[in-house]
Design a protein around this ligand. Structure first.
Ligand code: PEP
Ligand code: MG
Length: 580
């Protein structure tokens, strides 16, 4: 069976407003008319050709391949200026198209009296079947590449490629879009797209993100439901599609578009530049999120990923901890929206000033009570539900798990044992996940700092929680306004703790970030960099301001500054030194 892509016949539009939901694959919002392409099915290809037509079939296929190579080269030349990602994708396609093994098999099939179309379909489907056996989701995504090249050869054999010329200012709807199509549609002026299949790691999704073109994928039956020239809104942040929108929804989304434009203007080009010091020391700038809503503001900052997702704050307003499935949806959304960037999701830090669901007694000193990892190991079912949800959401390999409030090596080892139990449970049900998922810990107690050398040997990364580290080092409640003066992250003891932690991480060759409030404090940026911090994770609204500061910092000067600071013995002296 062969499918070809043809523009959908126009049919009357009911005019009723409707909603569709898919996977957000490239952020941004577009409002426009749709251009819908449908797949047409033909069955006549799978018949035996007479002996004397074999030569002709071979020639047809050779011509199609030559045509396609020309086409790919043209797109490649154009895309080299547009984006390296695009160029890499097209190069992958060329490699598949010209793969000698695949080509020889196709020609052999033609010699066995298959039509060129049948031979191509059978060979590519056989290759795809091999890929399907893998549990690795990234490799599985490559099946889409094989399918794209296959469809492209088939449509070239029939010279039935989409008509790009009518796509100006339109949103394209197609069962499956190839990157070549996307480049051509973009050139023709299309402003967004929807597909029925595809993954967020597929090349076409990566491409859309590099074009900054809003896209929603995996929208079942989109090409059947949507009608040519219908007005629609696509929201690439949430995956929502509204067709025949009412005036009030149109106004709401138009306002959102204006806000995004305003924001972009304010930030200039900063969002797209990698963060580095004057002397080119690279620093990762990540964002903290407290809710799924926060993701939208993170995306416009161009952050290097999520450095801290506080999952316990997702529980606010809920009377119980949601089941594994709900959590799986949360974590998948974060991972999908941010892909291919990494997201560090912290397990529930329940207790203390945060949430007290499931704590059996009223604690006199909750900050010193059943919180963070202690709570999770005490409520193992809660912990396991969360870990399984995180593992299942990790299939695209961009999730890292972080444990809160570690103060003892045994807590870390016990938590890893629980994670291993969860992995075994998923294995027994054949459920895929990232088997090399990274597990890291928050360093937020003096105990963790003091044993940080041994902790570093047992985990994949550190993140310094300067809020709690300050509270526990200085014995000053972070929530008590009476001790505001005593609670100061610039205290020399806190700075020494941070320095010690960074040294232990470096010794064990693991990355170290800081995600507490100190990371956003402009007076702290230089010494944190001088201490050797690799990553700063901050709330989205301050991210770009911080980037601007880092561009003006000299790493060598910062190292000298740290040497000076380490000689000082009071918060006052430290603040004085930083002012000068
Ligand atoms: C911290 O303690 O610095 C931290 C980032 O965690 P939280 O503020 O959520 O306790
Ligand atoms: Mg903390």
């Amino acid at each position: 069976m062969l499918s070809e892509i043809v523009k959908k016949e126009s049919s009357p539009n009911s005019g009723f407003q409707g909603f569709l939901k898919g996977i957000p694959s490239s952020n941004g919002i577009a409002i426009a008319q749709v251009e819908v392409y449908e797949q047409e099915y033909h069955y006549q290809y799978d018949y035996e050709i007479p002996e004397n037509e074999i030569e002709n079939e071979m020639l047809r296929l050779k011509n199609a391949i030559a045509h396609l190579n020309f086409d790919y080269n043209e797109v490649l030349n154009k895309s080299k200026n547009l984006s390296i990602v695009v160029a890499q994708i097209i190069e992958t396609y060329q490699l598949i198209l010209n793969d000698e093994y695949i080509l020889n098999n196709i020609f052999d099939r033609i010699k066995n009296r298959y039509t060129a179309e049948s031979a191509v379909i059978k060979e590519f489907d056989a290759q795809k079947a091999l890929f399907k056996k893998t549990k690795d989701e990234i490799i599985k995504e490559r099946i889409v590449d094989l399918e794209n090249v296959k469809l492209r050869i088939l449509s070239t054999l029939h010279l039935r490629v989409p008509d790009y010329s009518t796509s100006k200012d339109k949103i394209i709807v197609m069962s499956n879009l190839t990157p070549t199509d996307l480049v051509k549609f973009k050139e023709a002026g299309a402003i967004g797209f929807i597909t029925e299949i595809g993954g967020i790691a597929s090349h076409v999704s990566i491409l859309a993100r590099s074009f900054g073109m809003p896209a929603v994928i995996g929208v079942r039956e989109a090409s059947k439901i949507l009608q040519n020239n219908q007005t629609i809104i696509i929201d690439g942040f949430t995956g929502l599609i509204v067709y025949n929108p009412s005036q009030s929804i149109l106004n709401k989304y138009q306002n959102k578009i204006n806000e995004i434009e305003e924001h972009k203007k304010r930030l200039g080009d900063l969002a797209n530049i990698k963060t580095h010091t004057i002397d080119d020391v690279k620093i990762k700038l990540l964002a903290n999120i407290d809710s799924l809503e926060d993701l939208k503001s993170v995306l416009v900052t161009g952050s290097d990923g999520i450095g801290l997702a506080r999952t316990e704050t997702f529980l606010s307003g809920l009377s119980r901890i949601p089941d594994e499935e709900t959590q799986y949806n949360w974590y998948s959304e974060i991972a999908n929206v941010m892909y291919p960037k990494e997201v560090t999701i912290r397990c529930f830090d329940i207790g203390s000033d945060k949430f007290s669901i499931g704590i059996p007694i009223k604690e006199n000193n909750p900050a010193l009570g059943l919180r963070g990892i202690r709570y999770l190991l005490f409520n193992k079912l809660v912990f396991k539900n969360q870990l399984r949800a995180l593992l299942r959401a990790s299939i695209h390999k961009n999730i890292k798990i972080m444990l809160p409030m570690i103060s003892d090596l045994i807590e870390l080892k016990d938590a890893i044992a629980v994670l291993d139990e969860c992995k075994k449970e998923l294995d027994s049900k054949d459920i895929p996940y990232d088997n090399n998922i990274k597990i890291g810990i928050m360093i937020e107690t003096p105990a963790a700092v003091i044993i940080s050398e041994s902790l570093a040997k047992e985990c994949d990364f550190f993140s310094i929680g300067s809020n709690d580290l300050t509270q526990y080092t200085l014995a000053a409640d972070r929530t008590n306004e009476l001790v505001t003066d005593a609670y100061n992250s610039f205290h020399p003891a806190v700075l020494k703790m941070i320095c010690m932690t960074i040294k232990s991480a470096k010794k064990a060759f693991i990355p170290v970030s800081i995600c507490g409030e100190l990371a956003s404090h402009s007076a702290a940026t230089q010494f944190l960099i001088g201490m050797g911090i690799d990553e700063l994770s901050v709330p989205a609204p301050v991210l770009l301001e911080l980037k601007n500061i880092i561009f003006k910092i000299n790493y060598q000067d910062s190292v000298e500054l740290v040497k000076e600071l380490m000689k000082l013995n009071s918060t006052y002296e430290i603040l004085q030194c930083l002012e000068n």
